[in-house]
Design a protein around this ligand. Structure first.
Ligand code: NAI
Length: 378
């Protein structure tokens, strides 16, 4: 089968997420890296794209040139990844969808709820795929937990507790580093800092595993480094449509925590626990029973966990392969298969509503607010 053609906007040399997309997209031989506008600095971006093997005429100076250059080519890209800072996601994603391209957009998908709803509508109208890179949902053992909930192993889910807390922005003397600063600058990041950056991964994961959507929330935000306009720490309580209670802590000043994303799901018949620093294991405790460690690659796991495990049991798999699993599902979806586990623009706009409503709640001393986008309130 011919490889699908893939392009990327952003993700230039030295960027945080660019390498994970390149490794992920190219891991399975499903895509070839055909085009890119990789950097805000046109010349740097063009040079870097060519150093990665992209042809000179498809190493673009900016996304507008890439759109113009690609749209009439017979061998145009099948998928574009948008891996630029948040403020640019909406216009780039919308323009590419409207020109008939499939898009994988980084989170947060947009800056506003209205923009998010617009992306959902444009994707529906054009019939193109708009996925959002909630890549943690593609770890094999996260899929295992999701299947356990769907099979009823845990019974009714009572409680989800999740943290996404690190300490990498905890050094006040580094707060002006440009790669850190944009995340707390409303013009670049939007209305929220840490909750929009990391908290929404945790909230998406709660919905993904519990198979339910967040209905209402109450938030407490803090800027512990006082020069920051946006929050660097947040505690969010939420309730899901089915009544599940949610508790979420996210922080970027939790010095000592490296990548503290973990999630626990407690049902009436048992509980499960997963942490991104130990992604190959799920700890499962049936009610009244002993805790068992379930290992990626072992016999007896769900089809999903089996399908997405790449190397043998005991061989570690990590973040780029979780991103690769998103690309595997995208390749299948581009070929016309239904992949219900692929995070989409609906997930993107639900996150945006949660972000904006969390900001409103925090301003109102933690008042409970409706967390849903207007288009999903009916
Ligand atoms: P970064 O600041 O490390 O890199 C941004 C890159 O985009 C740079 O190469 C920059 O030159 C380029 N760029 C900026 N504006 C551009 C434009 N208009 N056209 C082309 N290139 C442009 O940022 P980072 O951390 O890589 O984040 C990028 C996006 O990825 C953000 O939306 C962030 O929220 C998301 N992200 C997602 C993660 C995930 O787990 N899904 C993890 C880290 C980031």
């Amino acid at each position: 089968m011919a490889k699908l053609k893939w392009g990327m906007i952003g993700g230039g040399e030295g960027s945080q997420i660019g390498p994970a997309h390149r490794l992920g997209a190219l891991a399975d031989g499903l895509f070839e890296f055909a085009a890119g506008a990789l950097d805000v600095d046109a010349e740097k971006g063009r040079a870097y794209a060519q150093s990665l093997g992209i042809a000179q005429d498809r190493a673009y100076a900016n996304w507008q040139d890439m759109l113009e250059g690609e749209k009439n080519r017979p061998d145009r890209i099948d998928l574009v990844t948008v891996a630029t800072p948040n403020a640019t996601h909406f216009e780039i994603t919308k323009a590419f969808l409207e020109a008939g391209f499939n898009v994988l957009c980084e989170k947060p998908m947009t800056m506003t709820v209205e923009e998010g709803e617009e992306i959902v509508r444009v994707a529906e109208k054009t019939g193109k795929i708009c996925a959002v890179n909630y890549c943690y949902s593609a770890y094999p053992m996260v899929r295992e937990m999701r299947d356990m909930v769907r099979r009823g192993d845990l019974g009714n889910v009572r409680l989800v507790v999740t943290n996404f807390s690190h300490g990498h922005h905890g050094d006040a003397t580094d707060a002006d580093n440009p790669r850190v600063r944009w995340r707390y600058d409303p013009a670049m990041a939007g209305v929220s800092g840490q909750f929009a950056d990391c908290g929404i991964h945790a909230m998406h994961m709660a919905s993904f595993i519990a198979n339910d959507q967040v209905r209402s929330l109450s938030a407490d935000f803090a800027s512990t480094i006082s020069s920051r306009v946006l929050e660097d720490d947040a505690m969010v309580n939420f309730r899901m449509e089915g009544g599940t209670v949610g508790r979420l802590w996210t922080s970027s000043v939790a010095i000592g925590r490296q990548h503290g994303f973990d999630i626990q799901v407690f049902g009436e018949m048992g509980g499960v626990r997963w942490a991104s620093e130990h992604p190959n294991q799920v700890f499962y405790t049936p009610v009244g029973g002993r805790t068992q460690i379930m290992e990626k690659g072992e016999d007896g796991l769900s089809d999903e966990a089996g399908r997405l495990s790449r190397v043998a049991i005991a061989h570690p798999e990590g973040f780029p392969l979780a991103v690769a699993n998103i690309y595997v599902d995208l390749a299948a979806a581009i070929s016309g298969e239904t992949r219900s586990s692929l995070p989409t623009a609906e997930d993107g706009v639900r996150s945006m509503a949660a972000v904006h409503q969390a900001v409103a709640s925090a301003k109102a001393d933690g008042a409970w607010v409706d967390a849903r986008p207007p288009m999903y309130r009916a």
